[in-house]
Ligand binder design. Structure first.
Ligand SMILES: *Cc1c(COP(=O)(O)O)cnc(C)c1O
Length: 481
């Protein structure tokens, strides 16, 4: 039996309606609140028994339109600046539909989709000044990309055969990153079996950049104590404040001790596409560079990238050696099985989807210069918001605006300092609950910060004006109550 439509024309009609509706929905995104909680009646309808029997596509689509579509995260909205969430594009959404319809398997193989993935990787390498022969692979996102980079680092620099013998065969491994590094790194240490103790969390300076001298001292002390340092992780854009570590100094430090230099550039690496590329100067000299396209590349979830300078090092991490390659995955001289596992040998995934299509179509349709201009606009908007905050008597900037993130709080004179944290948290919740805007939160030196991270190609200057007005208005209202 086939699961294909019994009536293709009916499916065609529903499909056309879907495309039509979704384009209108995207076109009118600004008219809706940034975010609304899923109402109880929709939640109740979404709690169903296993659908043993099917229903017409039109009916299923109607349920989607009624109970799913109206309650998104909100990150496609022009006033969403929470965490580090990308906005997506219309072209990216359409590309996802085409990719799903083609449904290719991207372990490798002789097929157009593999050529497209190699093509976009070549473009991506060039855009961050990586060598032409560097290795790369598209992954689910920044976390996966960082783990792939660290895994390659460990194989390359641990000084024993960790793939064959595991961690017990060598001295305790250690790696170095600033205390501002994103939480993926603790997760990676746990998942990779080294434990969190392997991570040497290095202090930062007033600009939230790693203290390079402290890092050097810690490496030397660890070597003296019998540990085996293997990698330094630099940040090109920290998640809290957008700080960029001194990447040139970290490269030199890594070279002094023969360590792998990995960079987490989840969003910041994309500054290289803009006129502000000097912000991330030095990232092109990393041994591995991880970044997302679903954040500042504005492409739909999920797509991240890991680039590895030495192509042999990435292969040496995953490619099964000799006879270890299972017979069912071996490449042939001809037929479809040429390069059967071209991509699968470069990362953890075997079955892989056609992520590359949305990247290829987005880059071709928008043009990379235009995407770079959107990135530059976000940087300009952050600077402008920082200036507005500093100029406002009732607002206080809590960290330097290094890139596209602004951390601030409502702090008019006359309010007790110990009430400011709870007040600002209440302001943030009100902003979100009233559907005005969605910044998120962080804590800097024990101060609760309203954190605005701009990876949004739909935001305009007046959106930030509206945010400032709302914070001040809600702040005054809550402080009076
Ligand atoms: C978002 C982010 C990550 C994690 O990336 P995901 O795509 O969410 O897995 C890592 N580092 C930084 C700096 C980030 O902003």
């Amino acid at each position: 039996m086939s699961l294909d439509p019994t009536d293709w024309n009916e499916t065609r009609a529903v499909g056309r309606a879907m495309v039509d509706d979704i384009l209108t929905w995207l076109e009118t995104v600004r008219e809706r609140p940034v975010w609304t909680s899923v109402p109880a009646d929709a939640k109740a309808r979404l709690d169903e028994a296993v659908p043993r029997a099917g229903a017409p596509l039109a009916e299923v689509y109607a349920a989607f339109k009624r109970d799913v579509l109206p309650y998104p995260t909100g990150n496609i909205h022009p006033r969403f600046w929470g965490w580090v969430m990308g906005t997506g594009t219309t072209t990216g959404a359409l590309a996802e539909m085409l990719a799903a319809a083609m449904n290719p398997h991207l372990a490798g193989y002789d097929q157009s989709a593999a050529i497209i993935e190699r093509q976009v990787l070549d473009w991506l390498k060039e855009l961050v000044d990586f060598p032409k022969d560097a290795s790369g692979v598209l992954v689910s996102g920044g976390t996966a990309a960082n783990v792939e980079g660290l895994t390659a680092a460990r194989v390359a620099r641990c000084s024993f055969d960790i793939r064959e013998e595991g961690l017990r065969a060598g001295p305790p491994l250690t790696l170095y990153a600033s205390s501002e590094t994103h939480g993926w790194i603790t997760q990676a240490c746990e998942t990779m079996g080294m434990g969190r103790q392997a991570l040497r969390s290095i202090a930062v300076d007033d600009d939230y950049r790693i203290d390079v001298a402290a890092c050097r001292a810690r490496i030397a002390a660890d070597i003296a104590a019998g540990c085996r340092p293997f990698a330094i992780v630099g940040n090109a854009g920290t998640v809290n404040t957008g700080a960029v570590d001194d990447l040139v100094a970290l490269r030199a430090l890594a070279d002094d001790f023969d360590l792998w230099f990995h960079i987490d550039g989840a969003f910041g690496a994309l500054a290289a596409w803009s006129d502000s590329r000097a912000l991330v100067a030095g990232q092109e000299r990393a041994d591995s560079l991880a970044f997302d396209l679903h954040k500042w590349g504005y492409m739909p979830y999920e797509v991240g990238v890991i680039l590895t300078r030495d192509p042999g090092a990435q292969l040496a991490t995953y490619k099964p050696g000799g006879a270890a390659k299972p017979a069912y995955l071996r490449s042939a001289e001809g037929g479809i099985s040429v390069d059967t596992t071209y991509f699968a040998d470069r990362g953890m995934q075997l079955s892989r989807g056609f992520r590359a299509l949305k990247v290829w179509m987005s880059m071709k349709e928008q043009g990379v210069d235009r995407i770079g201009n959107a990135i530059q606009t976000n940087i300009d908007q952050a600077r402008r918001l920082g200036v507005m905050v500093e100029a406002h008597p009732d607002l206080q900037l809590l960290a330097p605006v290094a890139m596209n993130i602004v951390c601030f709080r409502y702090a008019p004179s006359g309010l007790a300092a110990d009430t400011l944290n709870s007040l600002n948290e209440a302001i943030l919740i009100a902003l979100q609950a009233r559907g005005i805007a969605v910044p998120s939160q962080t804590v800097l030196h024990d101060r609760f910060a309203i954190r605005v991270c701009i990876t949004n190609h739909r935001s305009q200057d007046h959106d930030f004006d509206a945010l400032v007005d709302a914070v001040v208005k809600i702040g005054a209202e809550l402080a009076a109550a």
